[in-house]
Design a protein around this ligand. Structure first.
Ligand code: SF4
Ligand code: SF4
Length: 177
């Protein structure tokens, strides 16, 4: 496993950063990160996925999402029909009722939760519907996804929410700039 020297954030439980702090750090590094993204998109390094996936595994073995929940508090997932069906079933209510109570359409026409923080986030940061949570919640923050070069811009945006992603970008900068 890669032993990283995270230049932005060390991946341990004491390094939680609020969305406000993450936004500030992301802004401070924006020009440099944009240049790096341009370079990575052009070169598509063969080892990029392995590099990022190792960092993802390392980070999430040391950093607990229960100490964070920034994503559940501030951005919320896009919902697909299957998510709505599964969640309605989980809550033992009809889909129409679930939609009326919890769902709205965003500016792109996608289904999203009406409210933030997510209505299923509990005060201790546990997810009330964890076993049946939306697909997007399972996939976030996408740093274990294949062809990472395709989601560099999205991931740069996620630096404003997820301390793990910001830490990974710090490592990308150290290794690929
Ligand atoms: S995925 Fe990232 S933003 Fe979401 S809870 Fe985990 S560390 Fe925090
Ligand atoms: S459904 Fe669960 S994992 Fe998804 S945003 Fe809500 S609390 Fe977080």
């Amino acid at each position: 496993m890669h032993k990283g020297n995270f230049s932005f954030i060390k991946m341990d439980r004491t390094e939680y950063k609020s969305p406000e702090e993450l936004k500030k750090l992301t802004d401070q590094n924006r020009a440099e990160t944009n240049a790096l993204i341009k370079k990575l998109k052009k070169k598509k390094p063969k080892n990029l996925d392995d590099f990022v996936h190792d960092l993802h595994a390392e980070a999430f073995s040391e950093f607990s999402c229960l100490d964070c929940a920034n994503c559940c508090k501030t951005i919320g997932p896009r919902l697909i029909q299957k998510d709505i069906e599964r969640l309605a079933k989980h809550l033992k209510i009809k889909e129409a009722e679930f939609i009326e109570q919890y769902v709205e359409t965003d500016e792109d026409g996608d289904f999203v939760f009406r409210n933030h923080p997510c209505p299923f986030l509990m005060p201790d940061n546990y997810c009330m519907v964890y076993e049946n949570r939306p697909r997007a919640c399972r996939q976030y923050p996408h740093t274990d996804q294949k062809r990472f070069y395709q989601i560099l811009k999205l991931s740069h945006k996620n630096c404003e929410t997820c301390p793990v992603v910001l830490g990974i970008f710090g490592e990308l900068k150290t290794n690929y700039s």
